[in-house]
Design a protein around this ligand. Structure first.
Ligand code: PLP
Length: 224
């Protein structure tokens, strides 16, 4: 199936998940993750109606941005090395992978205006995953108040690699609870509205649990 057909299918799933949980589908942004595909394929996604593009490496990010900037918002979703920050900082609309103070410091230094960031949380506690632990999130976000160019728009997580629906659901639910608690702190630098969670294999569960941004690669644009 082409991208337009895939998108139609994904939108149908989103509507269904929203109907089940009394949500407005307009509150769910689809980020097309184009890391496996060419810039031509990414352009096709935009032609099909996609308005958000996600990349997880600086070279892929720059390639797609150079070809398509102005036609979509650009999200950096992967682990961001501190020394790569300056390559993307004046081009990126959202950084989903803020997970350490050294990175916040570099973003703050290189940016000319507040950058929309999501704090990456390792909800499942798996060693292999990047992100800070749920219990460290509060203190981390409080410390970010020192950086005038960091704005915490929300939280992001990668669910564990499993087909176990209950494990996935618990992961997403825990991130939502954390987001709600951070919102209640009422921090000026951290409105924390967004929940970036759900990928090709688990986005319907993520939407049911409150995702506002889903990051979809394979199911939307394919793998290569
Ligand atoms: C690759 C990637 C995705 C998309 O993965 P799919 O399973 O292809 O949908 C989402 N988020 C991050 C951080 C990724 O690196």
């Amino acid at each position: 199936m082409g991208i337009a057909g895939n998108l139609k299918e994904i939108n149908k799933e989103i509507h269904h998940a929203c109907l089940k949980t009394n949500r407005d589908p307009a509150d769910v942004k689809i980020i097309a993750v184009t890391k496996y595909v060419s810039k031509e394929r990414a352009a096709e996604a935009i032609e099909a109606g996609i308005t958000h593009i996600g990349e997880n490496r600086d070279d892929g990010f720059l390639e797609k941005w150079e070809a398509l900037n102005g036609r979509a918002a650009f999200h950096f979703i992967g682990t961001l090395q501190t020394r790569k920050v300056r390559n993307i900082i004046d081009k990126v609309d959202y950084i989903h992978s803020l997970d350490r103070l050294s990175l916040a410091k570099e973003i703050n230094k290189r940016a000319n205006a507040p950058v929309k960031c999501l704090v990456q949380v390792n909800v499942s506690g798996e060693d292999s995953k990047h992100g800070i632990s749920a219990s460290d999130t509060f203190e981390f976000i409080e410390k970010l108040a020192d950086f005038k160019n960091i704005r915490v728009e929300g939280l992001m997580t990668m669910a564990p690699l499993t087909d176990d629906e209950e494990v996935l659901r618990a992961c997403f639910r825990n991130l939502r609870v954390l987001r709600d608690r951070i919102q209640e702190m009422g921090l000026a630098h951290s409105p924390c509205q967004e929940l970036s969670m759900g990928m090709s294999n688990d986005y319907t569960i993520a939407v049911e649990e409150g995702a506002t941004m889903i990051r979809i690669g394979t199911a939307l644009v394919g793998e290569k």
